[in-house]
Design a protein around this ligand. Structure first.
Ligand code: OVM
Length: 396
């Protein structure tokens, strides 16, 4: 087995992760990262197999670098992300129903109208040409307009959602400067998020109230309900924002693909999944070996942390033809950008609906979208994120 000195969490790597992913893939089915004394998988076949095999690679020791067997988690573990069956099953079943395709049907029209309204306001009176920051004006603005309302949290303090998520996703990595810089506000942000999970503050018609209703039915305990709401607020904002940023970045740099979407707006969902494959907004998660596990000719020892490179698997040439190409003509299904197996993203239908609404609204009015300046990445230990994406839009 190869041992590598690569640092997946350095600023250099976060700026441009793709060369390191290729190095890891080519080094073998599993490699050792000496800097952190962890193992890593970057090929599609191994990442997929390990994600599906939750018995050998459980999540309850944490899906970050820190091993909950030895270190106290910085917040009470998630009942979904950081719990294995059987404890995970009731929270998962409840949340799947609350944010599943059936439950989302009533939001479809409303979110399409909200997206059309947002786009109309951005383009109003611009005389056919406009420059804007696709991160703040679109990728952040749209989810922040619809998602907190759908959960049913009060308006006050919503500006805390993105900073909370940013710290949470940094905290899955090592205690580097990104984590240290976030620590200052972590207590205050966590307290705010926890306060939004209480039944009294949640609007009666939202996802949050539906989770509490499950507790009333006995499907969850009253101790579990606020933690399930916390998962929505933790995993549902930054991920979607940067997924939308990814698809907007993709179109701004692939004019022929934008043409194609304009011609066939029903491709909006495929476009979003292809962008999730292509950029992998969630780049990595760890698992922990539950026993000595033989992978190829390497024994990953019991208790070892293994870094799963979702992003590298999503560009593995063994699985994808011309993987670095953003192409609406391919079938991106099977990508591991939402994970795979029994922890696969429970909110993926929400994310797809947000993307479909926003892309449909844009495709109806925008003839051309192109970069108007240098995209500025936002470094995060887990997320592939952007600070800004200056774009020029030409209208119909
Ligand atoms: C959670 C949680 C937090 C972050 C990410 C995530 C991608 C879940 O609290 O359940 O899934």
């Amino acid at each position: 087995m190869k041992a590598l000195d690569a640092d997946p969490f350095s600023h250099e790597t976060l700026d441009d992760p793709w060369p390191m992913h290729e190095t890891l893939r080519e080094a073998g089915p599993v490699v050792h990262l000496s800097r952190y004394d962890v193992y890593a998988m970057a090929r599609y076949a191994q990442v997929h197999a390990a994600l599906v095999d939750w018995q050998s690679f459980p999540s309850a020791a944490g899906v970050g670098l820190s091993n909950f067997r030895y270190e106290k988690p910085w917040r009470p573990p998630s009942l979904l992300l950081e719990t294995d069956p059987p404890g995970r099953d009731a929270p998962r079943a409840v949340l799947s129903a609350v944010v599943g395709p059936r439950a989302l049907r009533r939001l479809r029209q409303e979110w399409h109208a909200a997206a059309a309204d947002l786009v109309d306001h951005l383009l109003a009176g611009t005389g056919g040409e406009v420059e804007l920051d696709a991160v703040t004006a679109l990728a952040e603005a749209f989810p922040l307009r619809v998602f907190p309302d759908a959960v049913g949290i009060p308006r006050e303090g919503r500006e805390n959602l993105l900073p909370y998520g940013d710290h949470l996703f940094n905290a899955f990595g090592p205690a580097n400067d990104l984590v240290r810089n976030g620590q200052e506000r972590a207590g205050e942000l966590t307290a705010w998020v926890n306060a939004q999970c209480r039944r009294e503050v949640l609007a009666p018609d939202g996802f949050g109230a539906a989770i509490w209703a499950a507790a009333d039915r006995g499907d969850l305990t009253v101790e579990q309900a606020p933690l399930v709401v916390r998962s929505l607020l933790s995993a549902g904002v930054d991920t979607t924002v940067h997924g939308l940023a990814a698809v907007l970045y993709a179109f701004a740099t692939h004019p022929a693909q934008w043409e194609r979407l304009r011609h066939s707006p029903e491709l909006a969902r495929v476009a979003f999944d292809e962008a999730v494959r292509w950029q992998s907004p969630v780049q990595t998660f760890f698992r922990t070996a539950d026993r000595d596990v033989l992978i190829g000719d390497v024994t990953v020892p019991s208790g070892a942390k293994i870094l799963m490179f979702l992003a590298a698997a999503n560009r593995d040439p063994r699985r994808w033809r011309d993987p670095a190409r953003f192409d609406l003509g391919r079938d991106p299904s099977g990508h591991v950008g939402f994970g795979m197996g029994l922890h696969q993203c429970v909110g993926q239908h929400v994310a797809r609906l947000e993307a479909e609404a926003l892309l449909t609204a844009l495709a109806a009015r925008v003839r051309r979208i192109e970069l108007a300046g240098r995209p500025v990445p936002h470094h995060n230990n887990t997320l592939r994120a952007w600070k800004s994406l200056p774009v020029h839009l030409a209208l119909d």
